[in-house]
Design a protein around this ligand. Structure first.
Ligand SMILES: Cc1ncc(C[n+]2csc(CCOP(=O)(O)OP(=O)(O)O)c2C)c(N)n1
Length: 525
């Protein structure tokens, strides 16, 4: 362990070469939950300027925060995880990040290369654990490779459409001598769509048969939506988004699009009229789960699917080319009638909750949506709120929103983050609140405390499991004991309030949006 002097006369080990490579490569935020094997990475933080390292108290918060950060910062964060078990705790939110094609760079410590053969307690096959959830996996063989491997991890994560990368760092590769910083290899741009795909889509649109343009990914930012709105107005096609989306720009002044509903019967009904489906940055819609006697593919029989853009292609440029091909102009877009913003009063119905949220969303807010059954109908009533971003879970693994909101707030310190979460989902990664306090993050967490896994009550029926008895209902209900979210928040330093009427919710939201720093509102349903 003979660490060499740097240009400034200090020694640089593998860990420091990696931290410096990350910072030089534009990765300057790291969400961390370290252990013994990561201590040299932690030590390097004191020697390297420019890396903001943020402690989270569970790895699911670490990985979810990295997802939320990258969605908003449009560049990846690193994570620091402790061997196989640390990674395992973080995998669920890496799964969600992978499905959303979010770039993430995981640094996972391992035992020193020579120690692995002794099967010490924390030994496991980290690469095998990482592979199903990470698009790029590598173990650094020695300290001199660490910087180059780190630079290649950045390039892999950033290569369109975006990937979760896992770099495994045996402890001796962190503490042995390194050669210095490595430059990040060139990252390819999103490629342009094949002009034949544009011509084919334009031909379909010109036929005038019922056509749905289904948008996903970057096409859901305001520019893509605006162009899609032009195309729809000119051709009569309908534009929709997938059920769940990584990031959609919406609100007053933007072209509103609705999403395909989650329940299979509703989705089938929405898609039934269409003869053609044009996919732009999206997938042909499939049911979240299989149900007896229900289809897996949601489109109507005979509906033709045309994939206009492949993964990693520039879907906004593709929309632009399609608009030109069909002769659609900005003046073609007609303003659509949106649900009025009405401040609700009286009992806390689902409509009242949606209206209260819609009135409270401030301009440029970031809404993270894990509202599950409570928020299924939130989209139309919030469409006229001031312009905001709406982030959702594309991987279905719950415990997503509180970490993602944390990371989004780190990425955008000047924007209010509103995290809407079911009480069941909130309990997976509630530790996020502690990190929000420590980092002074502007997040309002709104917990929908219906005291049940309400969605699963519906799924019980949906899969034909019969009538739930007492023991089955015990697996769905969260009422024994009741969870006190205000007390949980207080325990982590977050001021909280419970509300049980629309007026109370209005007031709590107004206060939480006005005051800086984290706040929690428990909506008692
Ligand atoms: C990691 C993970 N574990 C379990 C599930 C199954 N699951 C889906 S939704 C849900 C409950 C959600 O409850 P809550 O957040 O309270 O929302 P509600 O259904 O009451 O609207 C569960 C347990 C899952 N999707 N992901």
């Amino acid at each position: 362990m003979l660490n060499r002097p740097t240009a400034e006369g200090r020694v640089m080990n593998g860990a420091e070469s990696l931290v410096r490579t990350l910072v030089a490569g534009g990765v300057d935020v790291c969400f961390a939950n370290p252990g013994t094997s990561e201590m040299h990475f932690v030590a390097a933080l004191d020697r390297v300027e420019g890396m903001r390292c943020i402690l989270a108290l569970f790895e699911g918060v670490v990985t979810g925060a990295a997802d939320g950060y990258a969605r908003m910062a449009e560049k990846p964060a690193a994570t620091l995880l402790h061997l196989g078990p640390g990674l395992a705790n973080g995998l669920a939110n890496l799964h969600n990040a992978t499905k959303a094609t979010t770039p993430v760079i995981n640094i996972i410590g391992d035992h020193a290369t020579y120690h692995r053969r002794y099967d010490a307690p924390l030994t496991s096959d980290i690469e095998t654990a990482a592979r199903p959830f990470c698009g790029w996996v590598r173990t650094s063989p020695d300290a001199r490779s660490v910087a180059k491997d780190g630079a290649e991890a950045i390039a892999a994560a950033l290569t369109p459409p975006g990937k979760v990368a896992a770099l495994i760092l045996p402890a001796d590769t962190a503490w042995n001598d390194a050669d210095g910083i490595a430059p990040v290899p060139d990252v390819p741009m999103r490629t342009l769509v094949d002009s034949r795909a544009v011509t084919a889509a334009a031909q379909i649109l010109r036929r005038g048969e019922p056509t749905l343009i289904l948008l996903g990914g970057p096409a859901l930012r305001s520019e893509g939506l605006e162009i899609a709105g032009r195309i729809a107005a000119k051709t009569g096609a309908k534009v929709m988004a997938e059920t769940f989306n990584a990031r959609m720009e919406r609100g007053a002044g933007r072209v509103p699009v609705d999403r395909i509903p989650y329940p299979v019967d509703q989705a089938v009904a929405v898609l039934a009229p269409f003869r053609h489906l044009i996919l732009i940055g999206s997938k042909a819609p499939v049911a979240f789960f299989a149900y007896p006697n229900k289809p897996s593919m949601l489109k109507a029989e005979g509906c033709e699917v045309h994939r206009m853009t492949a993964w990693g292609e520039n879907s906004v440029a593709a929309l632009e080319a399609l608009a030109v091909a069909v002769g659609a102009r900005p003046s073609d877009v007609k303003p659509q009638k949106l649900a009025e913003l009405i401040k609700p009063t009286g009992p806390l119905t689902l409509t009242a909750i949606a209206q209260a949220i819609a009135c409270a969303i401030p301009e440029n807010a970031i809404v993270v949506d894990e509202s599950i059954t409570t928020g299924r109908g939130f989209f139309p009533p919030t469409a006229a709120a001031p312009p905001h971003d709406w982030l959702q879970n594309m991987g279905g693994s719950i415990g997503f929103s509180t970490p993602v909101a944390t990371g989004a707030a780190v990425a955008c310190p000047d924007r209010k983050v509103i995290c809407m979460v079911g009480d069941g989902s909130a309990m997976y990664t509630i530790q996020s609140l502690w990190t929000q306090v420590r980092e002074g993050l502007d997040v309002v967490t709104v917990v929908f405390a219906n005291k049940i896994y309400q969605i699963l009550r519906g799924e019980f029926d949906g899969v034909g499991a019969g009538e739930p008895g007492k023991r089955a209902m015990d697996m769905l209900k969260l009422d024994r004991p009741t969870i006190d979210f205000v007390a949980l928040a207080r325990g982590m330093g977050v001021p909280g309030r419970a509300v049980s009427s629309a007026d109370e919710l209005n007031r709590a939201l107004e206060e939480a949006v006005r005051e800086p720093g984290p706040r929690l509102i428990e909506v008692q349903m």
